[in-house]
Write a new protein. Structure first.
Length: 548
């Protein structure tokens, strides 16, 4: 007959009441944010690819044991589409500071704004972690006392668990000794517990109760220390999240300014994206981002204003029966059976309302070629620190957008002296490639100015296009700040090529009105010439994007 339960009960009764063991450490979590294995894989891959994350973790780990877990939580809180934080009671005591940091970050009003940029994007989430690095250091420093208390609470909890294990072992030993008693000459008869075993159980229980009391006090001290650190942590978290949101938003705007869309960024390897961001944030390109973004937006606005098959600039509404220029409200009448007869009568009478336009026709079908002056004078800074080069490159990149939206080839020709010319080709239907675009934007040749070299190259490209595809009516845009002579023989050949290939030539005189004066060489070369004197006024070139 098994008498172990009663023996244990007898031992417990004689030694005192046993409250039972505390929660085991294995039931506690070190991660504040709930994550599946795919989330963990994403974090590990991102960590391995980001030198910044590894350096930050190495630095923090020298002072805080919880640093790597904290960085993981901060990353997952930004990355996961539906991030969920564990209940505080389920956390390992040594990670309660991490739990409080994550809670403070998530409760910040700016956190939702941050997640609009980072959710589902490992690169952006890693960037958010790095942007919050200084604040995380500060929060860990300010919560050092709370962390120490939490570490003591964990140690006390472990002591209590060890004491509980000792009680169970003492009870088991007492039961074993009671089972071996045969009642022959032993006090208490068969099945009784020897006094030494009872004493051992009693001592183990007393030690366990003391350890449990110490663990509760340590947990209370840790909770008080965390509560004391909470207000400062919330303030720091709000600033950190706001800074991270701004950094991520600025980089996203930087990418948009250079024409890098979200889809392209998602497909881009982490290290390539990091190199691209660094390239765009440094040097001349960083200063041009706002200007280039404004040009792209303006060009997009001009495209939206265009009316399909309606030539020239819109100036109003007129009457007629040209169905290619009928305004939308007239076409809407065709959708109503009772008004179709009215539409037919007005069409026959030539009284339909039509868009009225005047000026140049948007007849370009061939390539768009931007000839950009990169002579020494183009490096001169104008109002607001905007250089002539920046203005010219921004204009050219907006023309690249125009060409791609129209399904036309684009060619950028950088020129200066007669022997200095560089050609960048961007065929329609193929990805432009941000690296190639940046090479075009960054290249600066220096030297003097020659019109003949770039225009001859542009004409040859249009000739090549005509021979390959029979396509004519290309557009050449000459962007320069200088005046340069051409020979009569070259001019005759140029005019012959224009007549044969049917291309148009636009001129943009930047910051140098004399190049746009009547009788200037540039004026003679171009079918349409505009002068841009104020380098801060991008709208001065708006009509260029309306007719190309």
């Amino acid at each position: 007959m098994d008498r172990t339960p009663s023996t244990r009960g007898e031992s417990a009764s004689r030694a005192g009441k046993w409250p039972g063991p505390p929660a085991a450490a294995s039931e506690r979590h070190t991660a504040a944010v709930v994550a599946d294995r795919f989330d963990q894989i994403t974090w590990r891959d991102t960590y391995e690819q980001s030198a910044g994350l590894r350096e930050l973790a190495e630095e923090l780990n020298e002072r805080y044991d919880c640093a790597t877990d904290l960085l993981t939580d901060v990353f997952l809180a930004a990355y996961k589409v539906s991030a969920r934080v564990r209940e505080r009671a389920t956390m390992d005591p040594s990670r309660l500071v991490n739990h409080q940091v994550i809670t403070a970050l998530r409760e910040s009003p700016e956190f939702a704004e941050l997640r609009r940029e980072t959710a589902g994007d490992p690169y952006a989430a890693a960037m958010a972690v790095l942007a919050q690095a200084a604040a995380l250091r500060g929060m860990l420093d300010r919560s050092r006392q709370a962390q120490e208390q939490a570490e003591r609470a964990k140690a006390s909890q472990q002591d209590a668990e060890d004491a509980a294990t000792a009680v169970n072992e003492a009870l088991q030993q007492a039961a074993d000794e009671a089972g071996r008693s045969d009642g022959a000459g032993r006090p208490g008869g068969a099945g009784s517990v020897p006094a030494p075993a009872v004493d051992a159980v009693q001592q183990a229980m007393e030690a366990a109760q003391a350890a449990a009391s110490a663990a509760r006090r340590a947990a209370q001290d840790a909770a008080q220390a965390l509560a004391a650190a909470a207000p400062g942590m919330r303030a720091a978290a709000r600033k950190a999240v706001a800074k991270a949101a701004e950094a991520v938003r600025e980089e996203a705007a930087l990418m948009r300014a250079w024409g890098v869309g979200p889809g392209e960024l998602e497909r881009m390897p982490f290290d390539q994206r990091a190199r691209l961001a660094e390239r765009l944030r440094t040097g001349r390109l960083a200063q041009w981002a706002e200007l280039i973004g404004r040009f792209r937006q303006m060009a997009g606005g001009e495209r939206a204003r265009k009316v399909e098959n309606a030539p020239g600039e819109l100036v109003g509404v007129t009457l007629g029966n040209d169905l290619s220029r009928v305004i939308p409200s007239e076409l809407a009448n065709l959708g109503l059976p009772e008004l179709r007869a009215v539409f037919a009568v007005r069409y026959a009478a030539g009284e339909l309302m039509l868009y009225d336009s005047q000026g140049e026709q948007t007849t370009g079908q061939g390539a768009v070629i931007a000839c950009v002056d990169t002579s020494h004078s183009m490096y001169e800074a104008g109002p607001g620190g905007v250089t002539r080069e920046a203005w010219a490159k921004a204009c050219a990149l907006a023309l690249l957008d125009q060409a791609r939206h129209a399904g036309r080839d684009f060619v950028g020709i950088l020129f200066s002296a007669a022997d200095k010319i560089q050609v960048f080709r961007f065929p329609a239907g193929r990805p432009a490639g941000i690296d190639r675009i940046l090479d075009f934007a960054e290249t600066f040749l220096g030297g003097g100015t020659s019109y003949q070299a770039p225009l001859t190259a542009a004409g040859a490209l249009l000739e090549e296009e005509f021979n390959d595809t029979a396509r004519t009516r290309g557009d050449i845009v000459m962007i320069t700040d200088d005046e340069c002579g051409v020979t009569e023989e070259w001019m005759r050949g140029w005019n012959d090529a224009k007549h044969r290939l049917g291309f148009r030539v636009f001129g943009v005189a930047i910051g140098a009105p004399r190049t746009a004066e009547a009788g200037s060489v540039l004026e003679a070369l171009c079918d349409n010439l505009r002068s841009i004197e104020d380098l801060t006024d991008v709208h001065a070139a708006a009509d260029l994007f309306r007719v190309i």
